[in-house]
Write a protein that binds this ligand. Sequence first.
Ligand SMILES: Cc1cc2nc3c(=O)[nH]c(=O)nc-3n(C[C@H](O)[C@H](O)[C@H](O)COP(=O)(O)O)c2cc1C
Ligand code: SF4
Length: 511
Amino acid sequence: MLFLPADTGAVSVGADDVAAAIEACSISQALDVRIVRTGSRGAYWLEPLLEVATPAGRIGFANLSAGDVPALFAAGVPTGAHPSCLGLVDALPWLRQQQRLTFARAGIIDPLSLSDYRDTGGLAGLERARALAPQAIIHEVVASGLRGRGGAAFPAGLKWQTVHDTPAAVRYVVCNADEGDSGTFADRLLIEADPMQLIEGMAIAARAVGAAQGFIYLRSEYPLAARTLDRALHVAREAGVLGDGFDIAVRLGGGAYICGEETALLESLEGRRGVVRAKPPLPAREGLFGQPTVINNVLTFAAVTEVLARGGAAYAGHGVDRSRGTMPFQLAGNVTRGGLVEVPFGITVRALVEGFGGGCASGRPMKAVQVGGPLGAYLPESQWDAPLAYESMAAIGAMLGHGGVVVFDDTADMGEQAQFAMEFCAHESCGKCTPCRIGSTRGAEVIGRLRRGESVAASRALLDDLCETMELGSLCALGGLTPMPVRSVLRYFGHELVPAMPAPLGEEVPA
Ligand SMILES: Cc1cc2nc3c(=O)[nH]c(=O)nc-3n(C[C@H](O)[C@H](O)[C@H](O)COP(=O)(O)O)c2cc1C
Ligand code: SF4
C-alpha cells in the first residue's frame, strides 16, 4: 500500500502528478498497488512525500516529481535504495521530537475513512461525552486548561460554561476556520488530514451546551478543504456521528481578514458585511442570530477530542504556566524545514526555528522571527531563548496568536515590515472605529516619512501617539494589536525604521 498526500500544500508542489505517474507506472508494469491519498504530515519541506508500507513500517520518498517515478518503480514497488529514500518516516528526528496530540493522525490515515479514524482512537472522546452529563463534559474541558487556539487564548471551558448557563431555547456551535494570519495553515492541514476530529470536537461541544446546529466558517481560499469537509460530513451523517440531534453546515467566507474576528464572523454568517460588533454582549450570551454561541477555532475543537478521550488532567499535564497542552506551530517564511510542528508550550523560539526549522532557506543568517501572525512582534536573536507560551510571550511584548512563526533573513528591511503592518491594518480594517480606520492610514504615512528621514523627531512622537491611541481606543484587536509589530521594530530594529537616527541593534531609538 502507498500513501501520498492530497493536501493543498503537497498538491501545489505536484503530488497529483506524482499520483498519476505512479498509476501509469503500475499499469504498465502490472503492479498491484493501492494509493491512499492522505493529508500531509506537515513536513512540507519533504513534499510530495510518498510513503510505502513495509513490514518494518512506512518508508518515505521525499520531494518526488512525476519524472522521478519511472526510475523509482523500475524494479517494482520501491522499499529503499533510491536517493529520495528517507528510511522509516516515523523515525525521522523532526517527527520523533514532536508531541503530536492534535495532529497524531495527520498524514497517516485516509481522512474520509471512519474506520481508520476509529482504529486510531477517534470517536473515543465523543463516546465518553455521550455517557457524561453536559456539566461533567465542561468540567473536563475546564480541567484541561485548554485555551482557544485561534489567537485570543480565552479558556474554552469558561466559554462553554457561559453558553451552557445562559437561558435560551436555541444555542449554536460555530467553528472559526477563517485562518487569516500570515504563515498559518494548521486549520487547513487538520481539515484536509483529519476532518473527523473537527466534527467530533464540535459534536462534543454541542452535547455540552445543548446545541442542535453547528456551522463551520471556512475561508473560500481553501477549496480542497471545503471538498474534504463536505465529504467528511456526509460520512459522519451516514454513520450516525452526526444527524442524531446535531448537524453541521459549512459556510464559505469572502476573504476579509476581519471576518476571522468572532463578532464580524457572526455578522458574515448572518448574511451581512463583516463588521465588528461591540462587546458586550459576548457571543457566548448573544451570538449567532442573538442566541448563545460557542465560537472556537478548528484546533480548539480538535483538542477537545483528546481532552475527553484521555481526560482533562492528562491534557493539562503538558505545557508550562497557564499554557497547558500542546501547540501546533506553523513554520513559514525563509526557513529550511517549513511545516507544522506540534510540541508542548514552553519550547524556545530558537529550538523551533533553528532546531526544527533548520535556519533560513536562503542559507543566510536569520535576522527576525515574527510570532503570532501579522499583528505579532518581530523578535531579534536576543529574544530567541524566550519560551513559546502565552505568559512568556506577553512578558516580552509579543504574543503567540494562532502559532504562526515566520522567519526572515538578514536581507529583510524591518522598516518596510513596520510600514506593512500599518498598511495591512488600513487594508483590512472593518472601518467601524476611528483609531483603527484613520490611525492605520496615518500610521503608514508617518512610517513612510520616518523611513525617508523627514521631520524625524515630530514623526517619531506622532507615531508613538498613534500607536497608543490605536491600542487604547480600538474596538477590536485588529486596531489594538497593530502597534505590536511596529513597536517591536522600533525596539529591536529601530535604526532600520529611522535611518536618520542610527541606533545599535537591540536598542530603542530615543523619542
Ligand atoms: C482581526 C482578528 C482576526 C481573527 N482571525 C481569526 C481567525 O482567522 N481564526 C480564529 O480562529 N480566530 C481568529 N480571531 C480570534 C477570534 O475573534 C476568536 O477569539 C476565536 O475565534 C475564538 O476561538 P478560540 O477561543 O477557540 O480561539 C481573530 C481575531 C481578530 C481580532
Ligand atoms: S479596530 Fe478596526 S477592525 Fe476592529 S472594530 Fe475598529 S475599525 Fe473595525
